[in-house]
Design a protein around this ligand. Structure first.
Ligand code: NZQ
Ligand code: ZN
Length: 391
């Protein structure tokens, strides 16, 4: 099958470089208005001084900022409810996210929920589509999700144990400041999980069965090789600007629609991972380090050509003379060796303290909104096998 037709449109302004956070006041005033909600995580932005820098810049530009602190990894719908309440009560004009994917996703949901009188969770249940979304800006502090330049938001609901994704064409940030120096303070495991997440976004869009996708393949291979080269450098030397800059730009390019244009993505492993982190509260990248290799081992022989290309061009592993049925194990070994040895990331659920995974619950829950067709043709038994092999 040939490459699909596509429409590529990405409206996010990316302001990239050392010290670019200094522009946040002017950018906010120009694109979000004069009264914004500043959305933050639990403590890192306070500890490393980023919060006070941003508050100062906003004040200099005449922007009034209300604050919502405490957005946790795998952000909860409770934070969205609280933020939407503040935005409505105070008549705010935009939402500024300062953090990683969790904070940005929460900001997007708040910006949409501001247009909806009912419970924001209805957005994620796809019961309503807000007519509009308040403008969003980002100061990115973690290279991982690509949320800084896409229209996706992923939110968890602890009451129903669901973690659901939502997309809106108006939810792309109006601007994103990508200052690699802001990632110097990341704990090593977050750098590692971020690298796994970036790689996983590329995997999701790489293992298709289409022909004629040379351009997307070339970009995808470059992104993967860059992450594989730079993540260990950033772990060994957290202040290495070049390594951090490569990871940050890779984060954005892996999920801003560019490499997926015309090359239809799969996203099965992300759905499986969202179930895993919804039921066992794992970091997203950690869940992907567990799920993806297990999926690869199962499906490699069915996508033989793509997996040979992957091993040869991304990992420099020769597949000459390797039988199709051996490709899965070879891929599993190659990828998990890198995760374990070079990123110090676990590759089984046990490595993350999940000794009794609720496989039945995860599969049953996922099959309420996914079908075999939208899971790349996997049967229920195969999904169970991926989880069990990853345990
Ligand atoms: O909460 P604080 O104290 O700020 O600490 C955070 C958090 O504990 C810390 N951190 C962030 N920047 C830091 C820092 N610590 C020190 N220095 C810094 N510069 O890192 C921890 C993790 O942050 P989080 O935002 O949760 O990580 P990530 O960016 O990996 O986001 C994960 C979330 O995004 C969703 C995931 O499912 C998960 O909920 N995703 C969103 C996507 C999207 N919108 O397109 C796609 C992804 O596939 C993914 O599903
Ligand atoms: Zn991801």
């Amino acid at each position: 099958m040939p490459m699909k037709d596509f429409l590529f449109h990405n409206p996010t302004r990316v302001i990239f470089g050392r010290g670019k956070t200094r522009d946040v006041g002017e950018l906010t005033s120009a694109h979000l208005g004069e009264k914004v909600l500043l959305v933050l995580g639990r403590q890192s932005a306070k500890k490393n001084g980023l919060h006070s820098l941003i508050v100062g810049k906003l004040a200099q530009s005449g922007v009034l900022a209300e604050e919502l602190w405490g957005v946790a990894p795998n952000p909860s719908i409770e934070s969205v409810r609280e933020g939407a309440r503040i935005v409505r009560d105070k008549g705010l004009t935009g939402v500024l996210a300062v953090g990683g994917g969790s904070v940005i996703d929460c900001a997007k949901a708040i910006a949409a929920a501001a247009w909806h009188d009912g419970d924001p969770w209805e957005l994620f249940e796809k019961k309503i589509k807000p007519p509009n979304v308040l403008p969003i800006g980002c100061v990115l502090t973690l290279a991982a999700t690509g949320s800084e330049a896409n229209g996706n938001s992923v939110i968890s609901n602890p009451a129903t144990e669901q973690k659901l994704a939502w997309y809106h064409p108006e939810a792309y940030p109006a601007f994103s400041i990508l200052d690699p120096e802001l990632t110097f303070t990341l704990p090593p495991e977050q750098t590692a999980y971020g690298a796994v997440d970036i790689l996983s976004h590329v995997y999701e869009q790489f293992f298709h069965n289409l022909e004629g996708t040379d351009i997307q393949d070339g970009m995808a291979i470059t992104l993967m090789r860059s992450v594989i080269a730079n993540a260990p450098v950033a772990l060994a030397n957290p202040d290495d600007y070049d390594a951090r800059a490569s990871l940050m730009w890779a984060s954005t390019l892996a999920l801003n629609g560019l490499i997926g244009a015309g090359a239809v993505g799969d996203w099965t492993c992300h759905m499986l991972e969202h179930e895993l982190s919804a039921k066992h509260d794992l970091a997203h990248g950690a869940g992907l380090a567990v799920i993806f290799p297990s999926w690869m081992r199962l499906v490699a022989a069915r996508k033989e050509k793509r997996f040979r290309l992957f091993l040869e061009r991304v990992w420099d592993v020769s597949t000459q003379g390797v039988a199709p049925e051996r490709l899965g194990q070879l891929t599993y070994d190659t990828v998990t060796r890198f995760y374990r040895d070079r990123l110090s990331a676990g590759v089984t659920m046990k490595d993350y303290g999940v000794d009794n995974p609720r496989v039945d619950d995860m599969v049953t829950c996922m099959l309420t909104y996914k079908t075999q067709e939208t899971l790349g043709g996997l049967t229920r038994d195969e999904v169970v096998k991926i989880f069990q092999d990853a345990a």
